[in-house]
Design a protein around this ligand. Structure first.
Ligand code: C2E
Ligand code: MG
Ligand code: MG
Length: 701
């Protein structure tokens, strides 16, 4: 319905005024517009008419005998609190207090006397239209309400001047959070987990002052004292609503407790920066390593840009750390906005941000960075001051400057030091090419090709024992490949396996490893030593569509029970192409093989997702075990993993257990098996056999 639509036939208006001539005039003017009109001469009569006729709109005079307009208005609202019938009050022209009182009693709008007739008809029409929309909205709201209950979503609004907060009324029944108890920002923050307060406050500050969208997650206590995770979002105000005194921000909230718990909340909390909510250094390195893996697999490239804010310390000194924090928040926000959606931004240090640009060469990244810096030519406003931000950028690329995340970041950092010397908004690209390393790789590649031609005689397998903590018995081993280089001695697998993958020979070696491991498992089981043998699969083997059949045929030919063979795939590999992984694992599982997820926890993936794969074992990466005795966060992660594994009946193996204290910790956290130097280094088959037969748990005491 638009403003020019004719009035609807069923529209009946109630006109209330003690002055007969005003009433008649109103009646005739509105009647001409096509409305039906009912009249009342005082408040009490008006109430009767309201009750009986249910008018579509009420025009209500203020000053009347028997019952005045304010009282009548209040009564009408009480009679029908839900309906939202528009009530327009007729007040004196410049009587501010009357107007205020009118609104206080629940009036929708006011019209001043003497009446401006064209304006009157407009207002009436407008109010009716709005009430139509309200009715429609109410219906929508009811539909939405049930949808919201399913998704645990609601609405909130924030009066930024007074910090008053309003929440959906049903928030309490939905989330056990009573809106009244969070009616003020301070009260909300009071409930929020201490570790999340600063970040939330910061996000709100940026939303309020910088016209930026808000999307933040935090932990808070509900009315029962339980911890929940709430996600709060809102869009920036419209351009004509630029931040001003009485700005009201509207948005939605969602209870994401359930979602995040399964997605491993700990990940979020330990991998994000408190202040900006951006990924932290640790998370960034994970993202970087994953991206490098992908680039390696498809022969792609990527670049890292490291941004350093010059003299942040000075800003902190001059304006206070709160202002410095605000500045960082603003910069983070601006980076997110201005960079392509697929760029990963992280805060990796106090005054350092890093950006991962996939598929971009250092030259392209430089271009991108130059573009980005233009956004910082203007000063930034904080706390009524203008601050110029000077950023220097260092850029390094894979594969030309480094081959792993840590070194790539370091290269970018070196370049950034040069950039700083260039002065204002300097940008520099790492200049040192990978020289020697690349040459060495070439020589190794040559030696490897020779070794592969010589029927694998330079290769052998070693086996590292795995102990079941409940029964104190050696229940499995992991087979690990060794290459005896004719001149250089033992070369570690992380050095030569990537080369084999690159030159396409990993399939052949992988097949040899599988045969060896199967043969060994069969031999042991024939001698009444039942050991589960873990075999590592490499990504290149994985993409082979025939892998399941091939593994099955090999095991059958050699005559080993597939139940003794556990195939280890890394987390990042599994997640690379989840659909293919799922099909492959299901096929292998169906043939009786066991499946383990290797190096779990260091790739970035959601646990919930990973657990859709049919697996038997989770191998918790050494990185978590290493610091388990002194890092509560690592403990929390391990605890989360074992809790879920237990509920699904999965085995968990802690990798790299080197000390008794580490063993005690992982034991206490519910890990079922351990592997590591504490128990034994990888050893030759004969030695392992002796070890397993003679093993007594007591040697660890
Ligand atoms: P992985 O599968 O996670 O294997 C565990 C690695 O941790 C082994 O290194 C093992 O020697 C080492 N390790 C075990 N306990 C400890 C400990 O207490 N402290 C420390 N610092 N390290 C420990 P390794 O043999 O050098 O193998 C490294 C990686 O190379 C393996 O990681 C695996 O990804 C790959 N790899 C090894 N053998 C094979 C293989 O036969 N095929 C394939 N595709 N990859 C293999
Ligand atoms: Mg492994
Ligand atoms: Mg591992």
């Amino acid at each position: 319905m638009s403003l020019n639509d004719p009035p609807r036939a069923e529209c009946e208006l109630l006109i209330v005024d003690d002055d007969l001539s005003t009433r008649m005039l109103l009646h005739s003017v509105l009647g001409k517009q096509g409305y039906r009109v009912v009249e009342a001469g005082d408040g009490a009569a008006a109430l009767d008419a309201f009750r009986n006729r249910r008018p579509a709109l009420v025009l209500l005079d203020v000053m009347m005998p028997v019952m005045d307009g304010y009282t009548a208005c209040r009564e009408m609202r009480q009679l029908d609190p839900e309906s939202g019938v528009p009530i327009l009050m007729l007040t004196g022209a410049d009587d501010m207090s009357a107007i205020e009182q009118a609104f206080d009693s629940g009036a929708t709008d006011f019209i001043t006397k003497p009446i401006n007739w064209p304006l009157l008809t407009q207002r009436v029409r407008y109010a009716l239209r709005a009430s139509d929309m309200t009715r429609e909205l109410r219906h929508n709201r009811m539909r939405q309400k049930s949808a919201r209950h399913l998704t645990r979503v609601g609405y909130w609004q924030w009066h930024t001047a007074s910090d008053r907060l309003e929440w959906s009324e049903d928030m309490h029944e939905q989330l056990h959070l009573s809106p009244q108890s969070m009616a003020h920002l301070d009260a909300l923050l009071e409930r929020v987990h201490v570790d999340d307060r600063l970040r939330l406050r910061q996000a709100l500050n940026v939303a309020r002052r910088a016209n930026a969208p808000l999307d933040v997650e935090f932990r808070l206590r509900d009315d029962h004292g339980e911890e929940r995770i709430l996600r709060l979002a809102c869009e920036p105000p419209e351009p004509d609503e630029r931040p001003h005194e009485n700005l009201i921000l509207l948005g939605a909230y969602q209870d994401v407790t359930g979602i995040r718990r399964t997605e491993m909340l700990v990940d979020y909390l330990s991998l994000h920066d408190n202040l900006t909510g951006l990924p932290n250094r640790r998370f960034f390195l994970r993202q970087l390593d994953t991206a490098i893996d992908t680039a390696k697999n498809k022969g792609g490239q990527l670049s890292v840009a490291l941004l350093d804010i010059a003299r942040l310390a000075r800003i902190n000194d001059a304006l206070g750390t709160a202002a410095g924090d605000l500045l960082i928040g603003l910069i983070a926000q601006r980076l997110k906005e201005k960079l392509p959606a697929d760029a990963n931004v992280a805060r990796i240090g106090g005054d350092e941000f890093a950006v991962l640009l996939t598929d971009q060469s250092p030259e392209q990244a430089t271009h991108q960075a130059r573009h980005l810096l233009e956004n910082f030519n203007q000063p930034v406003r904080i706390e009524d001051r203008e601050v110029f931000v000077n950023i220097s950028v260092g850029i390094a690329g894979f594969p030309e400057h480094a081959l792993d995340g840590e070194s790539l970041l370091q290269s970018a950092q070196e370049a950034q030091h040069h950039a700083r010397e260039l002065g204002n908004h300097g940008i520099a690209v790492q200049s040192a090419r990978l020289g020697r390393a690349a040459e060495e790789a070439l020589a190794l590649e040559h030696a490897l090709r020779l070794a592969m031609d010589r029927h694998h005689e330079q290769f052998h397998l070693v086996y590292q024992p795995q102990l079941d903590l409940r029964t104190d018995r050696i229940v499995g081993v992991e087979a690990l490949i060794r290459w005896q280089h004719p001149e250089q001695g033992l070369i570690p697998p992380p050095v030569f396996i990537p080369i084999l993958e690159e030159i396409g020979l990993i399939g052949a070696l992988g097949q040899w490893i599988l045969e060896e491991a199967c043969r060994q498992a069969r031999e042991w089981s024939e001698r009444k030593l039942r050991l589960r043998v873990g075999v590592n699969l490499s990504p290149r083997q994985f993409v082979d569509g025939q892998l399941a059949t091939q593994i099955h045929d090999t095991a059958q030919r050699i005559g080993v029970d597939p139940g003794l063979i556990e195939l280890e795939i890394t987390e990042s590999l599994a997640m690379h192409d989840p659909d293919t992984t799922l099909t492959l694992l299901a096929a292998l599982r169906q043939k009786g093989f066991k499946i383990a997820i290797d190096d779990f926890g260091i790739g970035y993936s959601s646990l919930e997702y990973l657990l859709r794969f049919p697996i038997d074992t989770i191998k918790i990466d050494r990185a978590f075990v290493m610091h388990i005795t002194d890092t509560p966060r690592d403990r929390a992660i391990v605890r989360a993993i074992t809790a879920i594994a237990q509920s699904l009946g999965l085995t968990t193996i802690a990798e790299g257990v080197e000390t008794l204290r580490q063993r005690d910790f992982v034991d206490a956290l519910g890990v079922t098996e351990i592997q590591g130097y504490l128990l034994g280094k990888p050893m030759r088959a004969e030695e392992l056999e002796r070890f397993a037969r003679e093993f007594r748990g007591s040697v660890l005491e």
